[in-house]
Design a protein around this ligand. Structure first.
Ligand SMILES: NC(=[NH2+])NCCC[C@H](N)C(=O)O
Length: 592
């Protein structure tokens, strides 16, 4: 089925044609159409055009109006202010759109025009360490971007670039080799674990113990420190037993990561894990190529890339270090190898990195280096989707009182517990297992929505009470709106039936016009990778539905025809909310 043209797109087209007819010499002009409270839409684009051509703007607008083909869509158009055009739509045009969308499984959303392959790098926790709230943000934002791109027809390759390589593994492996029972001893905790939270916590305590003990030995026992340093060399050389111990540590961490992903209900699976270690075999080759082509040069023994326009936080020019003086490769070398792999071997046309804004400089240098090396060339693009910091109630980076990173599982559990209270208050008699399921959906949805509804680059305060509030711009508010719509539809004794020729009330027109904007809202997210734009749209839609529901009785409307038409509005609003929330990774329970 052909995609439903939104009414805004149709108006845009009609206005462009009228401008072209009135002023053939003007070329392609953007009429700059906006929603307006004086009419349905206002076109502002003629002001600039008149100025450019030295015309009187109002006269120009009048001239364009005489050429405007109203079709069945436009009910009235007039010049206003200094030279705007105000446009009111016919009820029939709005009704028609609702009908067409309701019959289109895509809800009128067009697939991406230039779909290709995107590799998206997100989540990226570090082995043998607790995930922190930054990894939570990356996971949630990345998950939403993946879902939205996939829905548009993009081929998306998910890469969980875990930190599974580096010198700290020397001490961890050495300690584990000397005391292998470290991870065994507590395997019983995992077997006894009844749910993913327990499994994650047990696994994390084992790793914490391993890490703490290894660190303590490293700091106090020089012989052990020597053995640990040697162990790093063995690991890099691929010594079988060393690699096996490394695998054990990685596997143990994955128990924890996967429990978090399971709890968060995100798309990431073990197959998406392509960690830093994956690129280890290519690092030497990548550096050699950079040095051979002159992109990188030796400076003080280290292999560096210099830039004349990239400065660090201190305002000084700063180089990218590909290989350290001691011959070791670091984080940057790995990212360069990853770019080469993703563009050359995987054929990506777009690379996305959902990473903390504090790494902006790193990505700027890495991308520029890859461009110079020819691994990143038009039309392939790379984008750092930077995000802000999660703050505690005191407005400082989120830490526990004792200054440690906050345990993610505990944070999520807290959200689920608060959600349980909220759901119980509304539904004191909900059966226990249903209550548990709802608490999970509401609590996790609340955390995700709070994150996604904040502009990506801004910092925000992690405030569980606000997140699960029924009022305001929250996930729970949307979930309730959806459940309310489903309940109306269940109670109806006739089916939704569009009445495209019915006169509409103000609240019906508003709702209809907002439903019409769904495709534009999604286009906007794909253009900016800012999921909060979809959140704002869904919140506006749920609010417009609330107004509609207050002002226009559905089941008690005056005629069967109006009931049918209002049910159709309910149906389409429900479908749009569900589709939109699912794109954000937020559950839509039928009852709450
Ligand atoms: N390709 C990348 N560098 N991805 C980001 C990795 C983030 C890193 N593991 C950290 O926790 O800070």
């Amino acid at each position: 089925m052909a995609t439903v043209l939104s009414v805004a797109d149709e108006l845009h087209h009609r206005l462009q044609q009228a401008i072209a007819a009135a002023l053939p010499e003007a070329g392609d002009i953007d009429p700059q159409l906006r929603r307006s409270d004086r009419a349905d839409f206002q076109a502002n684009g003629l002001l600039g055009l008149a100025k450019k051509l030295g015309h009187n703007p109002r006269a120009l607008a009048e001239q364009v109006l005489t050429r405007l083909d109203y079709g069945p869509t436009i009910a009235a158009a007039e010049v206003s202010g200094p030279g705007f055009i105000n446009i009111t739509l016919s009820d029939a045009a709005i009704g028609q759109r609702t009908t067409e969308r309701a019959h289109d499984p895509q809800l009128g959303v067009a697939p991406l025009e230039d779909a290709g392959t995107t590799v998206i790098d997100y989540s990226q926790p570090n082995i043998a360490k607790e995930m922190h709230v930054g990894h939570l943000r990356s996971t949630i934002i990345g998950d939403a971007v993946v879902r939205i791109l996939q829905a548009g027809g993009e081929t998306v390759v998910r890469h969980n670039h875990i930190g599974d390589w580096g010198t700290q593994f020397g001490m961890l492996i050495q300690d584990l080799r000397e005391r292998p029972e470290q991870l065994d001893a507590a395997t019983d905790d995992a077997d006894a674990a009844t749910d993913d939270a327990d499994a994650a916590n047990a696994s994390m305590s084992r790793l914490n113990r391993l890490y703490r003990d290894a660190r303590a030995r490293f700091d106090t026992d020089p012989d052990f420190a020597d053995r640990a340093r040697h162990r790093v060399v063995e690991l890099q050389a691929g010594d079988a037993e060393t690699v096996e111990a490394w695998h054990r540590i990685v596997a143990e961490s994955k128990v924890y990561f996967e429990a978090v992903y399971e709890r968060l209900d995100v798309l990431l699976t073990d197959e998406d894990t392509v960690g830093e270690s994956f690129y280890n075999p290519y690092l030497a080759e990548v550096s050699e190529e950079l040095e051979r082509t002159g992109v990188a040069v030796r400076s003080d023994g280290a292999l560096c890339v210099f830039f004349d326009d990239i400065t660090g936080p201190d305002g000084q020019l700063t180089p990218l270090i590909v290989q350290k003086k001691d011959g070791g490769y670091g984080y940057a070398a790995t990212d360069l190898a990853a770019i080469r792999y993703r563009t050359k071997d995987l054929g990506a046309h777009q690379l996305l990195y959902v990473v903390d804004a504090r790494q902006a400089l790193h990505f700027q240098m890495v991308f520029e280096t890859a461009r110079r090396a020819g691994w990143l060339a038009e039309p392939v693009s790379a984008r750092h989707l930077a995000f802000g910091t999660v703050l505690g109630p005191d407005g400082r980076p989120f830490k526990t009182r004792s200054g440690e990173t906050v345990r993610l599982m505990e944070l999520l559990q807290e959200a689920v517990d608060r959600a349980r209270t909220v759901v119980t208050e509304k539904n004191p008699h909900m059966p226990q297992d249903e209550l548990e399921e709802r608490a999970r959906q509401v609590g996790i949805g609340a955390v995700k929505y709070a994150d996604l509804s904040t502009s990506r680059t801004r910092d925000y305060i992690f405030d569980v009470d606000r997140m699960v509030s029924l009022n305001g711009n929250t996930g729970v508010y949307l979930q309730y709106a959806y459940a309310r719509i489903r309940s109306i539809l269940r109670k109806a004794d006739q089916s939704p039936q569009a009445g495209p020729d019915l006169p509409l009330e103000a609240a019906e027109r508003d709702l209809g016009l907002l439903l019409d904007e769904f495709g534009a809202a999604l286009r906007d997210v794909v253009a900016t990778y800012e999921p909060h734009r979809l959140c704002s749209y869904l919140f506006a839609l749920a609010s417009a539905f609330t107004t509609f529901y207050e002002q226009c009785p559905v089941l008690k409307a005056p005629s069967a025809e109006i009931i049918g038409n209002r049910l159709m509005l309910c149906e389409l609003t429900g479908q749009t909310l569900r589709t939109g929330m699912n794109l954000l990774g937020i559950a839509t329970p039928e009852r709450l």
